[in-house]
Write a protein that binds this ligand. Structure first.
Ligand SMILES: [Zn+2]
Length: 792
């Protein structure tokens, strides 16, 4: 145990004789590894229309994208009928047994914005089957063919639907698979996941379950990410890693996805004990659910990747014995340079504990070898938390500043051209880390600071292993690699090449593991949550501190003016990164301006009470854009007058009443039995509408049970005046029959019927949006609702 070290160079892992060369070599190696990571996450080149018949061709699939997404085709619309006819004709043309499942189906998951009640839809799923030669089960390829009301769904989900048509074509050209392959093109996904729920719950082909491959798109570009699996996924993930040509997926994504408010058809299948994988590309989210989600905006490389993976997986699941897909555990898995690494989930906690012990042992050895003292190790550990907190905070403040300058970003999932802002956040995280390092390097020492970073990575690994096991690998493995590199550096001559090699290898492991989440978290969460990516970026920085130290201008040993110069040089990396952050943010603001092709998104609805003649403009924008602000001037609680529009406050303004009829409520029968009253009514829209709602004023009657179009629906008392309600998407023109078993409170029972169509042009007082003002991606913008209260 030598005397306490004094000079920073004596307290580092490395002291190469040719330091600039070693630093450059380490940097070049890491840049090469980083480039490899980015290549591994890139999309393949789209294959042309004359590609071999057994292959997936994005060019062939894209022809179907253009037909499917020719115009908005919300469930129940004439446009959606045309899409369905095209799908049926295409699948029949392949010689597949094809049918349309026409049913009333409940919603899956918990999507409903309706006040206390049930959501259903009339759905028409397209179902085609390729019978297997000796089936052990069924493989379901699933996507939804309906679009939102605000856009044609060029990506969401014409991508998945066209990919499945092309996969079906490729599968019918080769030898028949062993297992049945079922192509399920669902309806009313956007409304309520009702099509998938109707198939999974009611269709005879779904009775015995099977493997579901769900294909989605929540953007226009980027790699296809396998982001969700059924439970006990080890066998499924093994097949995914082996059979998908581009296996980008991480067990961490499931945890992120659960924290997001999105849902897909896959939920309906998970509710019914199917197994399977859910994949989507998600970058370019600015156009999601907007009129801009048109075919020309699609990245054909993403389509190719979707199709390549779906075809590879369909073939492999088509020949696998499907009897034993439910292995006993979940896997941890993540992308590594174009491949997929996986290990059993039960290894997560032992590995995390091993990493913690290894980092602890490294600290002990550092002290023994005189590279650190107990005090500096403790300081390194305590102070390493500073950048972990400051970098995400900085990213959050940066985005707050940018949205103050450009308020139109508030309603966007992600900016149209987000790359500059993403780079700015990464530069900001680097600036925080470099600044922290420059301030502490002399006082605490490089080895103790590196120890502090690794110690936090190891601690996070244990916490994640307990709370979010699928994400523990992110910090456990870099911590373990860093500790092993530390041992290797301590075991070899400090001025030789091996310590540099060891810390560079460990840094490469950190880059391979932590760079993909930095890259994928930005599109997954949007710039509003860029702080999360900043957090991962700074963890990556902490994992590579020994290499940062090599690059850091030397500030040890010199005296007088030289020392001062070195200290100034030490601030250089931080200053450069901070300048880069400012410049990149500025470039982002200059490049990503709103214009006709990149409009500022706005949300507007019109709601009319046909009974009172009162009408209102409504918006979900919390701080309305100037265009929207011309319509609204106050906040109101909508649930009292328009329970079908959900709970909560909305901005509203007065509107002129349009001569539009509310849906009629026709009483079909009315019987009394003791204190109960059974009311059978038909709610009939008086115009072409997308949805129909019926709510009961629970101060006039208690609802005991209800059936809608012959289906029992759950009756759970909700809040407010209209305590029970039914939302019915894509109603048939003849209306929807509802049977209510009630206990009246004396007088008449008050019910409120509402319907909604899409499109505001022609509504009195509505002015078309000028160029540069667009429609926000949502399920409710441009909605025109008409309601009326009826005493029964
Ligand atoms: Zn969608």
């Amino acid at each position: 145990m030598g005397a306490p070290p004094t000079r920073p160079a004596d307290r580092a892992f490395t002291r190469p004789r040719r330091r600039p060369i070693a630093a450059l070599a380490a940097l070049a190696a890491l840049l090469a590894v980083g480039a490899g990571v980015l290549v591994g996450l890139s999309t393949p080149a789209p294959r042309p229309a004359d590609a071999p018949a057994g292959e997936f061709s994005a060019a062939r699939a894209f022809r179907n994208v253009e037909v499917i997404a020719a115009e908005p085709h919300v469930a129940g619309s004439a446009a959606n009928d045309r899409v369905r006819e095209h799908l049926v004709a295409t699948l029949r043309g392949l010689g597949l047994q094809t049918e349309v499942q026409d049913a009333v189906a409940p919603e899956a998951g918990q999507l409903s914005g309706a006040a206390g009640g049930a959501t259903l839809a009339r759905v028409r799923n397209v179902v085609a089957r390729l019978p297997g030669t000796d089936p052990t089960g069924k493989v379901f390829l699933v996507s939804h063919y309906d679009s939102v009301q605000t856009g044609p769904g060029g990506n969401d989900d014409a991508a998945g639907t066209a990919a499945i048509l092309e996969v079906a074509r490729a599968l019918t050209t080769g030898p028949r698979p062993r297992n049945d392959i079922v192509f399920v093109l669902t309806d009313a996904e956007e409304a309520c996941l009702c099509g998938a729920a109707g198939f999974a719950g009611d269709h005879p082909l779904a009775r015995d379950g099977g493997v579901v491959l769900n294909l989605e798109a929540r953007g226009s570009t980027g790699p296809v990410i396998m982001f969700e699996t059924s439970r006990n996924n080890a066998k499924l993930v093994e097949i995914f890693g082996n059979a998908a040509p581009h296996p980008v997926g991480t067990s961490f994504a499931v945890e992120i996805y659960r924290a997001l408010p999105n849902d897909t058809d896959f939920t309906a299948f998970l509710d019914r004990e199917f197994v399977g994988l859910n994949s989507a590309y998600i970058d370019g989210g600015a156009i999601y659910h907007t009129p801009l989600d048109v075919p020309p905006r699609m990245d054909r490389g993403s389509l190719q990747m979707h199709g390549d993976n779906a075809l590879g997986l369909a073939r492999e699941f088509g020949r696998t014995d499907l009897g034993d897909l439910r292995a006993g555990h979940d896997d941890t898995y993540f992308p590594v340079l174009g491949g997929l690494v996986r290990y059993p989930g039960w290894l997560t906690l032992p590995l995390a504990v091993a990493a913690l012990l290894a980092v602890g042992a490294l600290g002990w050895f550092l002290r023994r070898r005189g590279r650190a003292t107990a005090g500096t190790l403790a300081a390194g550990f305590g102070l390493a938390l500073v950048p972990v907190v400051v970098a995400p905070l900085g990213a959050w403040l940066l985005w707050a500043a940018i949205t103050t300058i450009r308020p139109g970003y508030a309603e966007l999932l992600d900016p149209y051209r987000p790359v500059w802002y993403r780079l700015a956040v990464v530069a900001l995280a680097a600036a925080v880390l470099f600044c922290w390092y420059a301030l502490l390097r002399r006082r605490v020492g490089p080895a103790a600071l590196a120890f502090g970073g690794l110690a936090w990575l190891a601690v996070f690994g244990v916490l994640l292993a307990v709370a979010v096991p699928g994400g523990a690998y992110l910090t456990t493995l870099p911590a373990l690699a860093g500790a092993l590199a530390g041992f290797a550096a301590l075991a070899t001559r400090r001025d030789g090449p091996w310590p540099v090699v060891a810390v560079t290898l460990a840094a490469a492991v950190a880059v391979v593991i932590l760079l993909p989440p930095v890259v994928l978290l930005f599109p997954a969460l949007g710039m509003g949550m860029g702080a999360v990516a900043a957090l991962v970026a700074v963890l990556l920085g902490l994992a590579v501190l020994p290499v940062v130290d090599l690059l850091h201008p030397r500030a040890g040993g010199q005296r007088g003016l030289l020392a001062l110069r070195a200290r100034r040089l030490g601030a250089l990396p931080a200053a450069a990164a901070a300048l880069a952050a400012v410049v990149l943010a500025g470039v982002g603001l200059a490049v990503d301006r709103f214009d006709a092709a990149h409009p500022v998104p706005t949300h507007l609805m019109y709601a009319l009470d046909a009974g009172t003649g009162k009408a209102a403009w409504l918006t979900r924008e919390e701080k309305p854009q100037p265009w929207t602000d011309g319509y609204v001037d106050r906040s109101i609680a909508v649930a009292d007058e328009f329970p079908g529009l959900g709970n909560g406050e909305m901005r509203a303004g007065p509107a002129t009443a349009a001569p539009l009829p509310a849906p009629k409520v026709e009483t079909l029968s009315d019987t009394r039995n003791g204190d109960q009253r059974v009311l059978r009514v038909r709610v009939v829209p008086q115009r072409q509408v997308r949805l129909l709602t019926l709510h009961v004023d629970t101060s006039t009657a208690t609802v005991r049970s209800a059936t809608v179009a012959g289906r029992n629906v759950p009756v759970e008392p909700g809040d407010g005046k209209w305590g029970f309600g039914v939302v019915f998407h894509a109603p048939p023109p003849e209306g929807v029959e509802v049977t209510l078993t009630l206990v009246p409170r004396g007088g008449a029972v008050s019910v409120r019927a509402m319907d909604a169509s899409d499109g505001l042009s022609g509504v009195p007082g509505f002015r078309d949006r000028p160029a540069g003002v667009g429609v926000v991606g949502s399920h409710s913008s441009e909605m025109l609702a008409v309601a009326r209260t009826y005493p029964l």
